[in-house]
Design a protein around this ligand. Sequence first.
Ligand code: FES
Ligand code: FES
Length: 163
Amino acid sequence: MQLTINRQTYSITEDQEIRMLVWVLRDQLGLTGTKYGCGAGICGSCTVLVDGKPTRSCLTPAATVADKEITTIEGLGIIQDGGEEILHPVQQAFLETQTPQCGYCMSGQMITAAALLDDNPAPAEEDIIAGMNDVYCRCGTYVRIKEAVARAAEIIAEESSNG
Ligand code: FES
Ligand code: FES
């Protein structure tokens, strides 16, 4: 079986197909940016994009996403025309606003924020709160997360006005 992750194709052995995606990413492929928290679909730290939709990789058997595009935090960056990879606006904004504390939840936060802004590039404050509501931060950085998502929306707007 093959998985398409961050624009690359990976061959997965039969014994890995039945594993949850989070473990294939972390143990098999070394993509350890995706974190394991509750293992029950609640905390959101394991969130990756599957065909652009935020998805709990702790509850997703690898075999079920064989024909899909998977994006982890390692692949969230934007590839420019010349092939250079730059930070996604969400990554830029989380860095600028110094949002992470311990950082454990941040991959899930940034992946979720990227999907939110993809759906709604100019979210109101309540849209940000609603969209980010189901990714927990044990360090309680929620105010900075909200600021970071708003800043990412500004960066996206600036970039689109610059053409
Ligand atoms: S580890 Fe997947 S939702 Fe918590
Ligand atoms: S920054 Fe520590 S859990 Fe969110």
